[in-house]
Design a protein around this ligand. Structure first.
Ligand code: HEC
Length: 112
């Protein structure tokens, strides 16, 4: 576990509003491109469509199960568990911001 990354997330967690996430449109395309490159081989990454790997849940489903912040931590440390068919990924902090931002945009807009 990289100390710098741990510190980064401690800061991130304390500055992020816990309720509705705000979407930063400037990093949306970066986040989508990263997922497209590394994950779309197995997971559906968009608002609809099926995953190409029958066991891989579409990311919009993953987002219903976990807060995006939990996923951010997993991405920084490398996702291994539950991924028998999958290489381990470790992303940089800037990339994770973009990915989380994109994933948040998959959620239906918060009800007023
Ligand atoms: C080679 C195929 C493959 C690739 C590439 C892949 N995944 Fe997965 N992923 C899977 C499979 C299969 C599962 C389901 C494992 C299971 O539950 O048995 C999974 C599960 C997950 C889960 C857990 C969902 C849950 O409910 O527990 C997350 C989160 C996830 N993947 C994120 C990612 C991310 C982020 C990427 C890209 C960086 C990625 N995956 C790339 C195959 C893949």
């Amino acid at each position: 576990m990289n100390l710098a990354i741990g510190f980064y997330f401690a800061v991130l967690a304390s500055t992020l509003p816990s309720a509705a996430a705000t979407i930063d449109s400037s990093t949306l395309n970066t986040g989508e491109a990263l997922l497209q490159t590394h994950c779309s081989r197995c997971h559906a990454i968009g608002k609809d469509g099926a995953s190409s790997h029958e066991k891989a849940p579409p990311f919009r489903t993953v987002m219903e199960r976990y807060p995006a912040e939990n996923l951010a931590e997993a991405l920084a440390e490398g996702i291994v568990s539950g991924h028998p068919d999958m290489p381990e990924f470790v992303f940089k902090t800037g990339e994770i911001d973009a990915i989380i931002n994109y994933l948040n945009s998959l959620k239906p807009p918060a009800k007023p």
